[in-house]
Design a protein around this ligand. Sequence first.
Ligand code: PHB
Length: 396
Amino acid sequence: MKPIGSLRRIGAMTAAAMAAGALLLASPALSQQQGKLKVGLMLPYTGTYAALGNAITNGFKLAIEENGGKVAGREIEYFVVDDESDPAKAPENANKLIKRDNVDVMVGTVHSGVALAMAKVARDNNTLLIIPNAGADDITGPLCAANVFRTSFSNSQMGIAMGKVMADQKKKTAVTITWKYAAGEESTGGFKETFEAGGGKVVKELFLPFPQVEFQPLLTEIAALKPDVVYAFFAGGGAVKFVKDYAAAGLNKTIPLVGPGFLTDGTLEAQGDAAQGMLTTLHYADGLNNPKNNAFRAAYMKAYKSEPDVYAVQGYDAAQLLIVGMNAVKGDTGKRAELVAAMGAAKIDSPRGSLALNKGHNPIHDIYLRKVEGKENKYVSVAVKNLTDPPRGCKL
Ligand code: PHB
């Protein structure tokens, strides 16, 4: 039998431990607020989209730095995964961030196929996800979720804008060409929708598997079809090669090549003469003269010694959106409902102009017509004002 004194001591210790435990239980917010915010960056750092992943990372980190290196007072701890733009590896990569690294928020990615898989993992685990590029229409349509946000665009948006511009220019026939996956199919699909509604006809839809760049047989087919215009979706390294091959085949002399701005954004240095004069549609342009864009471009140049592109803008806005949400809950990620409500209602001063989100958490923004002049995608006009997606079955 234990002496009375030590029993008392055990009793006192137990009471103290219980009190401490109760305090922890009662205030999880306190412990969350004081810890680092874990941010999982799942992006392509190798392959045809590597430059895009790097620009998004730079843009995201720039906005965080401008916010004092913190979000709502919490320091950031980054966990970085190279997703290789490989949809087959996406579930495992996303699960690593969530289950092994315990991230508070995932930021990614570029490739629509990878993003569709990430969004499923995010929905299954109720993890906050901010998509800084991939445009898969369904993610903010039928598959929309309270915890999934996008600061970039949806794939059909740029096609919808360019189809209208080309129909307005009285072009009658078009050929579309792209990689066969969600982004290419939805981008060219959007073009077809408005081009044909405006009286044009898409006479042929050409595809090749992602990320192949053997364009020659398809360019030969385009030469034989002689459409009034070609609409192409490619990006990154693939866009550089396509635009150069198109010009090398002499096609740019007779058949204008147009597309979403991804065809010429972040790529002009490498495309050189081949891209001159090309018209594209995008939610960003180099010469946008608004105070936020001017400040952003100067800060980006200072930090990274290179010009920003649309991907850098989207990464920057992903961090801006996170900051709005986190400020609303004073850094307490446990207050999920308030956090998500604040993000959904955010009005962001983006380098692109004003940015708001629709019900499915997809951008509402202006789509610009741009023209390549030298190393710039120069602003021409607003192609579509305040473009917003239909709900597409999103129930939130
Ligand atoms: C996509 O896969 O959704 C995607 C990839 C690169 C872009 C745009 C969209 O530039």
